[in-house]
Design a binder for this molecule. Structure first.
Ligand code: SF4
Length: 219
């Protein structure tokens, strides 16, 4: 249990309202709380604007802003949201307020202390990201069926790495698995064909928000 400190603040890159672009909640109207900062530097990162900047906000100010959008789904993302330890308090506060809460995390930091009501969407970084060695494999042991593991694939090497990781760790028995192409690096159709050929136990996905709005920030 994380104690709530009323003086707590977090550095927030942006809070915005859009459709959830990926994972099981895809298409649902969602408020996104994007926290500033990330200790990783994935080669294909599409949220570099969240590495720095943003503004300090109190927990109450964040909750107030989220409430203004009037929707029940909230996604805490980054950057790497868990890089700010107060993120754990924010997640619990959002759950206590009655929201359906998901967390998008790099998979490089410990997710075991995240409120059990939160659905953890955990990346496993494939080789082309340049950050494979940061994968915190111990995270796999604490995931449940309410969580999801996400692979982002840029080339055939990434795909074969993903396939091996799934098989070696029997991940299909852990939680839903997601696979998606790096935009502009690999043809989505090619990745789809590989998944089908191997009968890989994953959900293939394209990022809905990019199909709708391109790389527009705040969407
Ligand atoms: S973990 Fe996410 S935010 Fe951080 S560098 Fe990688 S893709 Fe970007």
């Amino acid at each position: 249990m994380v104690a709530r400190d009323e003086s707590l603040t977090l550095r927030v890159s942006e809070i915005f309202y859009s459709l959830q672009g990926e994972a099981s909640r895809i298409g649902l109207p969602t408020v996104f709380v994007r926290l500033t900062g990330c200790p990783l530097r994935c080669s294909w990162c599409d949220t570099t604007h969240a590495f720095t900047g943003g503004a300090r906000m109190s927990l109450d100010a964040i909750l107030h802003r989220v409430a203004e959008f009037g929707t029940r789904h909230v996604c805490v993302t980054g950057g790497e949201p868990l890089a700010q330890t107060a993120c754990l308090v924010l997640l619990t506060a959002l759950c206590d307020a009655g929201y359906d809460v998901s967390l998008e995390t790099s998979g490089a930091l410990d997710v075991s202390a995240v409120d059990s009501r939160v659905s953890r969407i955990v990346d496993l970084k494939a080789p082309s990201s340049g950050e494979t060695e940061k994968n915190l494999w111990a995270n796999l042991a604490c995931l449940t069926a309410a969580d999801e593991i996400k692979f982002v694939v840029a080339d055939r090497q990434d795909y074969e790495w993903t396939r091996q990781v799934i098989r070696d760790n029997r991940l299909e028995g852990v939680c839903p698995l997601l696979i998606s192409p790096v935009q502009g690096a690999i043809g989505p159709q090619m990745l789809a064909e590989w998944v089908l050929a191997d009968r890989l136990p994953v959900r293939f996905q394209l990022q809905l928000h990019k199909l709708l709005w391109g790389n527009m920030q705040g969407k």
